[in-house]
Ligand binder design. Structure first.
Ligand SMILES: *Cc1c(COP(=O)(O)O)cnc(C)c1O
Length: 353
């Protein structure tokens, strides 16, 4: 059935291994982040076989899918008050930045007769989650009072909201915070987690502060690139995941609609460039399944010109005689497209060995 995502398991394995090999000389373990493929168990297994230090996801429903796999499961998004029981049950480690939530996790862990491990997030400028570094000495003593909470480490997230790039300065600040906490409170931090795929370029440049011993990597593994500058990492695959959609109409039509122009299906006012008559095709996929602005036809003569909920319109003018209705069109994708494709129940998955 189409549309479908074709996943080359060997390429994914090689990508994961390549990232782990980049990190290993620095003493850095890598949690593979599974949210971009909605914690597909088949794909999570590949990351473990390649040597992932753990599997991490933002959503507790995804960790539930992974619960029978070996190794640590890590909840990346700060827990909601309403989910602390599931968090203690399904996550070995959760990321936290609110004392009220940690207090609820402590109670939930007590009920289960468990200790729950947390990673304390610090905001070093990106303005998403994290305690402010200047509050460290108010926060740590409070957390140490919870009997069923273990401080596994500290971490930072960058380049997600504010676009702040990891550098020797801000990750150096994380390293100093780690040293300070270990000395002041006589603690050993198992994890000093220096970010996501946007930190990979520091490994490539040999600039990762030595105290950092963990990264959480999603995009780097699936797309073979670092996320600070969006550069392809040499030797990695950008086509481990390929979308296939089927042509359901193929006709010569005008490039400009005829009639009075109102709103499109999403409330936008469309504008059109007059390119005369063109060869146009429709593939059976749409904005319900994918972000068409970050899809790239493998045949570079084809151009995506737009999409509604369940139709995507392509310009075939440069490839005129080579296609017909029923043909399957292939696309490479960026992160935002992949995220939606794996979330859509209308898109199937094929795994190549
Ligand atoms: C999503 C996420 C990651 C992974 O990000 P990538 O850019 O895909 O590597 C890491 N850490 C946190 C906290 C996240 O939310």
């Amino acid at each position: 059935m189409y549309p479908r995502i074709v996943i080359d398991k060997k390429k994914l394995f090689e990508n994961a291994q390549r990232i782990f090999n980049m990190a290993k000389p620095y003493g850095i373990g890598v949690f593979v982040v599974t949210k971009v493929h909605s914690a597909d168990v088949e794909l999570a297994k590949i990351s473990l076989e390649a040597g992932a230090a753990g599997l991490a996801d933002s959503r507790i429903q995804n960790l539930e899918k992974l619960k029978d796999l070996p190794g640590d499961k890590i909840l990346l998004r700060l827990p909601m008050h309403s989910e602390v029981d599931q968090v203690v049950a399904l996550a070995d480690i959760s990321f936290n930045s609110e004392l009220s939530t940690i207090a609820l996790l402590d109670e939930a862990a007590k009920k289960k007769g468990k200790k729950h491990r947390i990673l304390i997030m610090f905001d070093l400028g990106d303005l998403r989650e994290g305690f402010l570094p200047e509050d460290v000495d108010q926060v740590i003593p409070e957390i140490l009072k919870f009997e069923n909470i273990l401080i596994e480490g500290i971490g930072v997230n960058l380049t997600c909201y504010g676009g702040v790039i990891p550098t020797t300065e801000n990750l150096g600040e994380l390293a100093r915070l780690a040293d300070h906490i270990e000395k002041t409170y006589d603690l050993k931090l198992n994890l000093v987690s220096g970010g996501n795929s946007s930190s990979l370029y520091l490994l490539e440049n040999g600039e990762m502060p030595s105290k950092i011993n963990n990264l959480r990597v999603g995009e780097g593994v699936v797309l073979g690139r670092e996320a600070a500058y969006g550069e392809h990492i040499p030797g990695m695959h950008d086509d481990a995941f390929v979308l296939e959609a089927q042509l359901i109409e193929y006709k010569t039509k005008n490039s400009v609609p005829k009639g009075l122009i109102g709103m499109d299906a999403f409330g936008g006012k469309p504008v059109f460039e007059d390119r005369g008559m063109m060869k146009r095709g429709i593939v059976a996929i749409g904005r319900q399944d994918v972000d068409h602005t970050v899809l790239y036809p493998v045949d570079s003569r084809i151009e995506i010109i737009g999409a509604s909920s369940d139709h995507m319109i392509l310009d075939f003018t440069k490839a005129e005689g080579d296609y017909q209705v029923g043909d399957v069109i292939q696309f490479k994708m960026d992160y935002g497209a992949m995220l939606k494709l794996f979330t859509s129940e209308y898109v199937s998955r094929v795994y190549l060995d």
